[in-house]
Design a protein. Sequence first.
Length: 135
Amino acid sequence: NISKKTMVWSKLFQCIFVLLVVLLCGGATVVLSKSVIELKLNGVKSAGQVISSGSRHLKVKYKDEFGKEHETSGAPLMFGNLERDDVVEVLYLARHPDEGRVNTWEELYMMPVVFGSFFLAFLALLILLIRNIIF
């Protein structure tokens, strides 16, 4: 037999926890999306060369517009069957040439989509909690 006071505190805790997740996922979605948009609109394109490809890492070297060499890395599962010496397109911002990213859908958009999906799912859960439809 659970008291009414205990149930209210339990519901409050659930709502606060889900609200925090909504805020974190929403914030991450906005920050990551802004970064991708800026990179796509203002990014400098460079040809990169795969220098290392393994089951857990992928390293690509590229040169900025001044000829200085940089490296970037990513998860190899996102890039298909890339092998050493393959050529890929790298995007970087002129003010941060050392922060290049391989220009693929997965590398640029995967994380905003994942966080955006969690944001929508937890927002729906919060609405259901507040309306007393669940729990």
